[in-house]
Design a protein around this ligand. Sequence first.
Ligand SMILES: C[S@@+](CC[C@H](N)C(=O)[O-])C[C@H]1O[C@@H](n2cnc3c(N)ncnc32)[C@H](O)[C@@H]1O
Length: 207
Amino acid sequence: MTAAAYDAVASRYAEQFRDTLSDRPLERALLRAFAELVRTNGIGEVADLGCGPGQITAHLGGLGLKAFGVDASPAMVRLAREAHPGLRFEHGSMAALDIADGSLGGVLARWSVIHTPPEGLPAVLAEIGRVLAPGGHLLISLFATDDPSIPCQSYDHSVVTAYRWSPDHLAGMLREVGMGEVARILCEPRPTDRRQFQELQLLARKG
Ligand SMILES: C[S@@+](CC[C@H](N)C(=O)[O-])C[C@H]1O[C@@H](n2cnc3c(N)ncnc32)[C@H](O)[C@@H]1O
């Protein structure tokens, strides 16, 4: 359902978010730090899970990472391949990755677990933990709940229902699957943002 919904909007999404990092200096800094940590550890490739049209996969490549993308939407994968012919993009689900155990130096999950129903998120996080090498890093982004004591809340999303999470609860679920929190950034919404939710970027490390 999520894949079909993104298929239907893929071209529009690619156009709208082509330069999405240009006015996000904090996120660019965090992606640089993520890339430096992965490079320093010198372990394996980086998967951009739910990569959409691949613009962030390409950004990671520009930061010196051997990055590839995975997405459940065939249209997104096609657009990503067309826009970035030098990079690898695979069709697949975050819940069942065709990636060997402990083989990745890093995983980016940027706004891609937001559509996973709450009961399915622990399994997706476990799958990410499975494919990361010890010492590998995960950078994950989603909206935070307003009240941190509320673990999860759904919200209207123009493509398909989405979920926001309490940062502590997300960190706890990551701990359960062997990933410890390294850092978190909570960005206040900008006045022009459609949704007035805090944006969470959480960096975690396996092992
Ligand atoms: C909001 S878009 C984010 C795209 C990209 N990460 C970005 O930052 O622009 C969410 C993407 O995640 C993909 N996605 C959602 N659930 C997925 C799953 N279970 N497995 C793989 N991709 C998924 C969707 O197809 C869509 O391309």
